[in-house]
Design a protein around this ligand. Structure first.
Ligand code: MG
Length: 318
């Protein structure tokens, strides 16, 4: 072999060797890819049923095992009659001619004629406010008046009007009040505020329809001075420990607080508000034991023109 021939053969051998090496590497790479693909496919196949059984975001591991069991199967034997109650039937009540008028089971406290249902809150003497033209007007000099009867839980309807020529500002503009339970003379008890709050700034827990200094109304639903306005109230009286209920605790401590719901001109303004105690001009509220109590109307001492009431009725409930 010539030198040239030897050289050419050696070069060919090196090329063939390189090609063999490349083939080997490519073959190994393909085997690796294939094995990886195969492993991935196996994992997907195993994971799919688990994913299908498990809600999104469910905890893993032992937490997943602690997931609650499916709800018990609906009993096959249940019948619709099992949840029907037939006795006792609610007693029949004839509604008023309008929703403002007293229904048949209401106690009418003022129907425009007289104050037979009312006394002075100070000394229980006959009430001395002014009745004229079917309307009851505050006599500020005579002081607060309250019902002769006492109540626990009830629904109350009462209408009131700020005089069209009202003067004053803040708390001195048509101030009065409906005490949902009168627990003593003066302003003792639980006051639902009456005030001209149509366009009259004051502290919000003292504006009309507030539970005085405890809770402002949800909205301001006042009508203009000169227009009649309505309160429809659901009063759930507080309950105190006493001998009558057979409880061991007879110290007069509070068992359940008072709650009040109020619609002002048909608008919800107090929604089952839990009172903190009696409403107080100064200081924090607290409860004092009482059993049943009169409803009281306030003769406020401010110099503004006296306001009027009409169409007052109440329905007691257990
Ligand atoms: Mg008041």
């Amino acid at each position: 072999m010539t030198t040239w021939g030897w050289t050419a053969t050696a070069a060919l051998d090196r090329r063939l060797s390189r090609i063999g090496t490349i083939r080997c590497i490519l073959s190994k790479m393909m085997r690796m890819q294939f094995s990886r693909l195969l492993a991935f496919a196996i994992l997907v196949a195993m994971g799919a049923p688990l994913c299908a059984q498990q809600p999104a975001g469910a905890p893993q591991g032992t937490e997943r095992q602690a997931a609650p069991a499916p709800a018990a199967a609906k009993p096959q034997s249940a019948k619709p009659e099992e949840t029907e109650v037939w006795e006792p039937e609610p007693s029949a009540v004839t509604p008023g001619a309008s929703n403002m008028a007293p229904p048949s089971d209401a106690i009418v406290l003022f129907d425009g004629k007289n104050l037979d249902e009312w006394v002075s809150a100070q000394d229980k003497s006959p009430a001395k406010w002014v009745v004229a033209n079917g309307v009851l007007t505050v006599n500020k000099a005579a002081g607060n008046i309250e019902t002769k009867r006492s109540f626990k839980n009830y629904q109350l309807h009462i209408e009131w009007k700020i005089p069209e020529n009202i003067t004053g500002s803040g708390q001195a503009r048509g101030n009065s009040g409906v005490f949902l339970a009168s627990t003593g003379p003066g302003d003792a008890g639980y006051e639902l505020q009456v005030l001209d709050s149509y366009n009259n700034k004051t502290y919000v827990n003292g504006q009309a329809a507030s539970i005085y200094k405890q809770n402002p109304p949800l909205v301001n639903a006042n009508r203009k001075p000169g227009e009649w306005q309505t309160y429809d109230v659901v009063w759930t009286a507080p309950v105190f420990a006493n001998n009558a209920d057979g409880a061991n605790n007879t110290d007069g401590s509070l068992k359940t607080p008072a709650y009040v719901t109020v619609f002002f001109n048909g608008v919800l303004v107090q929604n089952h508000f839990e009172l903190k105690g009696e409403t107080r001009y100064i200081g924090q509220p607290f409860y004092k034991k009482y059993d049943a109590a009169p409803i009281k109307l306030q003769a406020h001492g401010d110099p503004s023109e006296p306001i009027s009431f009409r169409n007052i009725w109440v329905r007691e409930f257990k």
